[in-house]
Design a binder for this molecule. Structure first.
Ligand code: TXA
Ligand code: MG
Length: 366
């Protein structure tokens, strides 16, 4: 059996250090053994929070049915109260604790995509408290595919509310170390399930009796959803690829600035030759320190600090490495980062959706 606390403060690679907070806890990373799952479940049953691996990103988990516990998630993340959370379930029975009048179409989608990176927004029932739902009449529910997440929910015997385990506005965590660095001192335990397979958060859809609307793109793509809706077109919510105003919008999360590294990020749309010419000009003419975010296969033409995040058309790899690459930008010590991007209608849409938020919607066409 492995140690309960194999890593405590100070065990991180160069450039990474635990942030300074009023430390209430000496946060421990737990290997997901049976004993440690019991420790994590006990923590959650006592109304406290635990860092939990999922196949998409790490979540900050609490008992979804415990209002005070859910409220403390908002406090730790610094999250606006009107941005609701996703409840994570381990079996279909738990769906009935949260939602009512569930359309047949939702069951068909669940059969196809659960467990997996797919979240359905449904009409809420009284079990879904208003902290969880951000005061809306709907509730977001997902059955994750990660075995540690499923084991923890099963052990707790209650749905778990779990937003991404990052302070609001910062890139989502895809390793236990990311969570540790972001939330050291604020939570007691993080279950370490290794690196996340998918790397971007789940697809979020609003499901009606006869149609589906995409609120956030993820690894389950529009064409896959359409294979279940039998050709009926999936509508894409305003805000998925463009900025939305402060108006009431179907998915509150779309309104907020997100995923921001310390440097300003600008996306450049065009070929690599044009990219290099544009950036080289600015590197000479500007006082600001410039870095670049490239594809693995881009030749290193520019003599500037850089990170890479996957091959040019390898969107799976891009999704997997996106958030850790955005985090790595912080150690480049630059003011502005020009980024390459690739966009398609499948997983590339999910990567683009995160990148334009990291860039505050600043896209320059070359
Ligand atoms: O992959 C994921 O979904 C990760 C892991 C931990 O499961 N969780 C996650 O949670 O990304 P969070 O809180 O970072 O994002 C939840 C998104 C937000 O954009 C929120 O606005 C939206 O889901 N959402 C939640 N409840 C909603 C509702 N009732 N109606 C519309 N959108 C909702
Ligand atoms: Mg998030």
């Amino acid at each position: 059996m492995m140690d309960n606390d194999r890593m405590t403060k100070g065990g991180f690679s160069e450039g990474e250090s635990a942030p300074q907070h009023q430390n209430q806890y000496d946060t421990k990373l737990l290997t997901p053994t049976k004993e440690n799952l019991l420790i994590a479940a006990r923590e959650i049953k006592s109304g406290r929070l635990v860092g939990m691996p999922t196949e998409t990103v790490y979540g900050l988990a609490a008992n979804a049915l415990d209002e005070d516990a859910v409220a403390s998630i908002f406090k730790v993340k610094g999250r606006p109260a009107d941005n609701p959370l996703i409840a994570h379930i381990c079996c279909m029975d738990q769906l009935n604790l949260l939602a009512r009048d569930i359309p047949q179409l939702a069951y068909r989608l669940a059969e196809r995509f659960w467990p997996g990176p797919f979240t359905m927004v449904l009409d809420r029932c009284s079990g879904a408290n208003s902290f969880l739902t951000g005061g809306l009449d709907t509730v977001a529910v997902r059955m994750p595919a990660h075995e540690v997440a499923l084991a923890l929910i099963t052990q707790c015997n209650t749905p778990l509310a779990a937003p991404s385990a990052n302070p609001s506005g910062r890139p989502s965590p895809t390793t236990a170390e990311h969570v540790y660095n972001d939330l050291y001192g604020q939570i007691g335990y993080i279950l370490d399930g290794g690196g996340c397979d998918v790397g971007v958060e789940s697809t979020v859809v609003r499901v009606y009796a006869d149609r589906v609307e995409l609120l956030r793109p993820g690894a389950v793509t529009v064409s896959e959803i359409q294979s279940v809706t039998k050709g009926r077109k999936v509508m894409v919510a305003k805000g998925v690829t463009t900025a939305v105003e402060d108006e009431v919008c179907l998915s509150p999360g779309l309104r907020y600035k997100h995923y921001s590294p310390k440097a300003k990020v600008v996306l450049l749309e065009g070929g690599y030759g044009d990219f290099c010419r544009y950036v080289a000009k600015r590197a000479v003419n500007s006082d600001s320190r410039i870095g670049v975010m490239l594809f693995d296969d881009d030749e290193r033409v520019l003599d500037l600090p850089y990170v890479t995040y996957g091959g040019q058309t390898d969107v799976r790899e891009q999704a997997k490495r996106l958030f850790s690459s955005l985090r790595a930008l912080d150690s480049l010590d630059v003011d502005t980062v020009y980024a390459r991007f690739y966009k398609d209608d499948e997983l590339g849409l999910a990567v683009y959706n995160r990148l334009i938020r990291a860039a505050g919607f600043e896209v320059v066409t070359l």
